[in-house]
Design a protein around this ligand. Structure first.
Ligand code: PLP
Length: 396
C-alpha cells in the first residue's frame, strides 16, 4: 500500500474542501457493499441475480427522481457530473444540428466551458452572460440574447456555484426559457439535495447531478432528461438506461448515490451545516480587510464560504493552513493548479489582486464548531503573518 500524506494526520485533519469532494457516509458504504459481494448481478441478466440488481437500480432511480420531482424514466445514470453535462449539451447538439448558439454564464464549471470551447471549433457560438457582484446572472441580458438569436440550442446555467456558492433563481430563468421555447439545462452538481429543485415547476429540461458532493461515491452521476427534449447518446452499445446510455450499470454506485441523496435531503443536515457556514463567515469577517465573496443567507449554498484577504496570496494562505492540517481550496478543484486567478471572481468584478487573494472553505456535516473556531484563529494568524511580508499590503 502506498504511503499517503493525509494518513499521518488523519485524526487531526480539518477537512474544509467539501465542494471538491466529500467523505463517503458510512451508511452509504454499508448499503453499497452487498452489491459488490453478494448481489453482483448484471441488471440486464435474466436470472435472480440480474433481477435483484435491476430492482435495486429501479428503487434508486425512484429515490432520485422523487427528490427532483421528475418522472422515474427521465433519470439516466452516468459515470459523473462531467459526463452528465457533456451528455446534455453534446447530446442535444447532435439531435438539433441546425441550432448553433448556446447561452451560458461567465461562472460555469470547466465541464461546461471546455465543452463549449470545443464546440466553438466546430462552428458553434456561445454567449456568456454577465453576473453581478454577488454572482447572480443578468436576466435582462438572457432575454435579449434569446430575442436576438433564433438558433439557440439551449440555455445552460450552473445552479449552485462551486466557488462562491451563489444559487441562481431557477424559477425565473425557467420562465424566460419557456417564453422563448428554448431548452433549459442546469448544472446542479453542487446544489442537488442542498436546495430545492422541482424540474417541472421550474421548467427545467435537463439537470446534471452527482453523488460525491453529498457523501456518496465518486464516479456516479445522473442526468434528468425531460420528455420534451431528444438527446442523441454519447455512448453507443447495449440498451441500458432507456437506450440513452450504453454500458453495464454501476449498481453499487447507483445504490450509494440514492442512499446519499436520501440521507442528505434533510432539513436537519441543512440547518446544521448552515450554522457551521455562518459561524465561519462571522469569524472570518472579523479579520481586518477581509471580504466575503458571494451572497449571504438562503441564496448561498449552505456549505460554501469564500473570502478575499487583502494583500496576500490565497495559494500561500491555503499552503500554510495545510501545514496546520486544514484542507481548503483556491478556486475550483479542477483549476486550482492553474496560476490564473479565478474567472468566476473576475466575472464578479474582483480585480486581479483580490481574486488572487481568495480562499474557499466548504464545510460538511462532519465538521464541528471546535474545528470552525480553530480554523478562524489559524486563518487570522496566518493572514497577519503573510501581510507582514507582503509588499502589496504594506503599501496600502
Ligand atoms: C458545478 C460542478 N459541475 C460539475 C462537476 C463535475 O462533477 P464530477 O466530478 O462528478 O465529474 C463539479 C465537480 O467538481 C462541479 O462542482
Amino acid at each position: 500500500m502506498i504511503f499517503l500524506r493525509s494518513d499521518s494526520m488523519r485524526f487531526s485533519t480539518i477537512y474544509l474542501d467539501n465542494a471538491a469532494t466529500t467523505r463517503l457516509d458510512d451508511k452509504v458504504l454499508e448499503e453499497m457493499i452487498p452489491y459488490y459481494t453478494k448481489h453482483y448481478g448484471n441488471a440486464s441478466s435474466l436470472h435472480s441475480y440480474g433481477y435483484d440488481a435491476k430492482e435495486a437500480m429501479d428503487e434508486s432511480r425512484e429515490t432520485i427522481s422523487k427528490i427532483l420531482h421528475s418522472d422515474f424514466e427521465d433519470i439516466i445514470f452516468t459515470a459523473s457530473g462531467s459526463e452528465a453535462n457533456n451528455m446534455a449539451i453534446k447530446g442535444l447538439s447532435f439531435s438539433e444540428p441546425n441550432k448553433k448558439h448556446i447561452i451560458t454564464t461567465k461562472i460555469e464549471h470547466k465541464s461546461i466551458t471546455n465543452q463549449l470551447d470545443w464546440l466553438e471549433t466546430r462552428g458553434y457560438r456561445s454567449t456568456y452572460l454577465d453576473v453581478d457582484k454577488e454572482g447572480f446572472v443578468n436576466l435582462e441580458q438572457l432575454e435579449k440574447s434569446l430575442e436576438k438569436t433564433k438558433d439557440t440550442l439551449l440555455v445552460s446555467i450552473i445552479h449552485g456555484n462551486n466557488e462562491v456558492g451563489t444559487l441562481q433563481d431557477l424559477e425565473k430563468i425557467g420562465k424566460i426559457c419557456k417564453k422563448y421555447n428554448v431548452p433549459f439545462h442546469i448544472d446542479a452538481c453542487q446544489s442537488f439535495t442542498k436546495s430545492t429543485i422541482d424540474v417541472k415547476k421550474m421548467n427545467i429540461s435537463l439537470a446534471s447531478i452527482n453523488a460525491h458532493k453529498i457523501h456518496g461515491p465518486k464516479g456516479i452521476g445522473a442526468l434528468y432528461i425531460s420528455k420534451e427534449v431528444k438527446l442523441t447518446p454519447l455512448i453507443h452499445g447495449g440498451q441500458q438506461e432507456f437506450k440513452k446510455r450504453a454500458a453495464t450499470e454501476n449498481i453499487p454506485g447507483i445504490v450509494g448515490f440514492a442512499k446519499a441523496a436520501e440521507i442528505n435531503n434533510s432539513s436537519k443536515i441543512s440547518k446544521q451545516v448552515t450554522k457551521l457556514r455562518d459561524d465561519l463567515i462571522k469569524g472570518l469577517e472579523k479579520i481586518v480587510d477581509s471580504k466575503l465573496n458571494g451572497p449571504k443567507g438562503e441564496k448561498r449554498l449552505y456549505n460554501n464560504v469564500n473570502f478575499s484577504f487583502k494583500g496576500i496570496e490565497g495559494e500561500a494562505l491555503g499552503g500554510y493552513l495545510d501545514q496546520k492540517s486544514i484542507c481548503t481550496s483556491t478556486g475550483s478543484a479542477c483549476s486550482s493548479k492553474s496560476l490564473e486567478p479565478s474567472p468566476v471572481l473576475r466575472a464578479m468584478g474582483l480585480d486581479y489582486e483580490d481574486a488572487n487573494s481568495s480562499l474557499r472553505m466548504s464545510v460538511s456535516k462532519y465538521n464541528t464548531e471546535e474545528e470552525i473556531d480553530y480554523t478562524i484563529k489559524a486563518t487570522e494568524e496566518i493572514v497577519q503573518k503573510l501581510r507582514k511580508i507582503s509588499p502589496i499590503y504594506k503599501r496600502k
